[in-house]
Write a protein that binds this ligand. Structure first.
Ligand SMILES: Nc1nc2c(c(=O)[nH]1)N(C=O)[C@@H](CNc1ccc(C(=O)N[C@@H](CCC(=O)O)C(=O)O)cc1)CN2
Ligand SMILES: Nc1nc2c(ncn2[C@@H]2O[C@H](COP(=O)(O)OP(=O)(O)OP(=O)(O)O)[C@@H](O)[C@H]2O)c(=O)[nH]1
Ligand SMILES: [Mg+2]
Length: 457
């Protein structure tokens, strides 16, 4: 273990002030003196004991449950002491301070965010994908995201990665062995059907990639920006989707100035909806800033809902203004960002639009079709059962694996086979795969991942 991970750490492991019960936990080597000082007795392994937690004068700070998990059978793989106390912020702070004081001789310090889980990772209790799943479980914004984070935490994602890794290692062994017998190499690889193995591996990888992309979508969701002329009903649409009166709605054009954002969920997929100021030429200082902000949001969108007003769609001025906005959208958005034309106020008698979705923010008609359309542009294919949570980092790593396997295929198919190049591509593919579970990950990567945890985890 690295030196910086040597000292015992302590933290309040539950959000203080909210729960009825709060836990202070300590992890490290040789916690016996601390246990003796705070609990005034020894504890049976992994058994909850009701006792007073004592201060330096042996006065009780609180009465609660103490559990000692001797190493290596604990969350972190180190000795862990849990003090389950009453959940008030002051009592928990007192208890934490007491543990730091009683543990001064063994150098107990306050834990950094994610440090317990980082130790679980460093002690091989969990791999990196599972450690990330811990954070994703805590941060999950929908039930579907929480369930799939739990699936990743139990290893559903990791075991798919391990299966890929095992197949890859098998193929690498074959190639490396062939490298040792250069005279027979082509024959040898053919007999072992290296080509068949490689294409089977790529096929399996494609499936894992699809599921990982779905998992990342479930974690991160998509950002959808509602844009259009003033008065089209953008704020009304946000309110209708959110089921709450979040944004101000009036018949006055130019009502919305600042963006209004709300995360909704559609079939468990988080959709970050952003209502923006109506787009038009304006001399109003405040409105101009609002419109500039609208464009900033639009440029960062995964999808844009271009909202039109059916009741005004027949007017030449209205059409010209819409055409100007459409041209700007094409200019400013990368081609991968879809613009969905939506015609609002379908509850009012009006002539049909040329193309696009019709709905009424007022009555709710057409909203279900819009929701389905949003899932479609997001690329959501799954029913949420069976999905494991994943991150963009994992998707990127799998894409690198795929690229190296494609290179390997090319090498294998070439007339003059360069076996050392083939071997190198397979090695790089395995490296990329290992980055997901954290074998051979750099300290930089670990720093980024664990620093985003909450304190006490
Ligand atoms: N009180 C409490 N509840 C908690 C946690 C905790 O740390 N404390 N957890 C914190 O996230 C989660 C549970 N995670 C845990 C993971 C492993 C072990 C553990 O003792 N592992 C041993 C023994 C396993 C066994 O008996 O099967 C081991 O791995 O050797 C404990 C909690 C959620 N609930
Ligand atoms: N009949 C009808 N009226 C609607 C509908 N949606 C919005 N409106 C009305 O249209 C007017 C403008 O609605 P808003 O939601 O404020 O429009 P907006 O696009 O946010 O306007 P700005 O913030 O000014 O850009 C209000 O009077 C709404 O009641 C609809 O589906 N049907
Ligand atoms: Mg508005």
């Amino acid at each position: 273990m690295l030196a910086r991970h040597a000292d015992p750490i302590a933290a309040i492991a539950t959000a203080p002030g909210r729960g009825g019960v709060g836990i202070v936990r300590i992890s490290g080597k040789n916690l016996a003196p601390l246990i003796e000082a705070v609990c005034a007795r020894s504890l049976k392994p992994r058994e909850a004991t009701y006792l007073p937690f004592r201060d330096a004068q042996a006065q009780p700070i609180d009465q609660g449950l103490a559990i000692h998990f001797p190493a290596p059978h604990s969350y972190t793989g180190e000795d862990v002491l849990e003090l389950q106390a009453h959940g008030g912020p002051v009592v928990l702070q007192l208890l934490l301070a007491r543990c730091l004081e009683a543990g001064a001789a063994i150098c107990v310090r306050v834990a950094q965010p994610g440090e317990f889980t980082e130790r679980a990772f460093l002690n091989d209790k969990i791999d990196l994908a599972q450690a990330e799943a811990v954070a994703d479980l805590i941060d999950a914004s929908t039930e579907a995201a929480a369930r799939s984070a739990s699936r990743s935490l139990s290893g559903a994602f990791s075991s798919e990665i391990h299966a890929l890794r095992d197949a890859l290692i098998h193929l690498r062994m074959l190639v490396e062995a062939t490298l040792d017998f250069p005279e027979e190499e082509i024959d040898f690889l053919q007999k072992a059907d290296a080509h068949g193995q490689l294409s089977k591996l790529k096929h399996t990888l494609a499936g894992v990639m699809r599921r990982t992309e779905q998992g990342a979508l479930l974690r991160d969701g998509i950002k959808v920006v509602i844009a259009g002329q003033p008065n089209a009903g953008k704020s009304s649409l946000l309110n209708a989707l959110a089921g709450a009166e979040l944004a101000i709605v009036t018949p006055i054009a130019g009502t919305t100035r600042d963006k209004v954002a709300q995360t909704i969920q559609i079939e468990g997929v988080p959709v970050h909806v952003i209502d923006t100021a109506g787009l038009r030429h304006s001399e109003d200082e405040v409105e101009k800033i609002g419109i500039a902000r609208a464009w900033t949001e639009i440029e960062a969108a995964d999808a844009v809902l271009f909202l039109h007003d059916l009741t005004r769609a027949g007017g030449a001025d209205y059409q010209a203004a819409d055409a100007a906005i459409a041209a700007l959208l094409t200019e400013k958005l990368p081609p991968r960002v879809p613009v969905i034309d939506v015609w609002n106020k379908a509850d009012v008698e009006a002539t049909a639009p040329a193309a696009g979705l019709r709905l009424s923010a007022k009555t709710g008609a057409g909203l279900d079709t819009l929701r389905r359309k949003l899932l479609e542009v997001a690329g959501w294919q799954s029913a949420p059962e069976g999905v494991y949570i994943a991150r963009e980092r994992h998707v990127q790593a799998l894409r690198r694996v795929d690229a190296h396997l494609s290179q390997a295929e090319t090498q294998l198919a070439a007339q003059a086979q360069m076996l050392d190049l083939l071997a190198e591509e397979l090695r790089l593919a395995q490296n990329a795969l290992n980055q997901i579970t954290g074998e051979f990950s750099s300290d930089d990567l670990l720093g980024v991942i664990f620093s985003s945890f909450c304190i006490g985890k």
